[in-house]
Design a binder for this molecule. Structure first.
Ligand SMILES: [Zn+2]
Length: 58
């Protein structure tokens, strides 16, 4: 299972299970927050190099 690690300090880190509902990124052009479908990203690319744009910027 993958986790989203959230927290400033190692000992205060929350382990959040990744679902199709809680993964977000910022639009590569306008910085608007957009929801991510990880399954779609992993079909075409990978998590480090994939840059997404929002509906406005397509
Ligand atoms: Zn945008």
């Amino acid at each position: 299972m993958f986790y989203i690690k959230y927290g400033m300090y190692e000992e205060a880190t929350l382990a959040v299970p990744i679902t199709t509902e809680n993964v977000f990124t910022k639009c590569n052009k306008c910085e608007r927050e957009i929801k991510v479908d990880l399954e779609e990203i992993l079909k075409d690319g990978d998590l480090t190099s994939t840059k997404l744009v929002c509906q406005e910027c397509i």
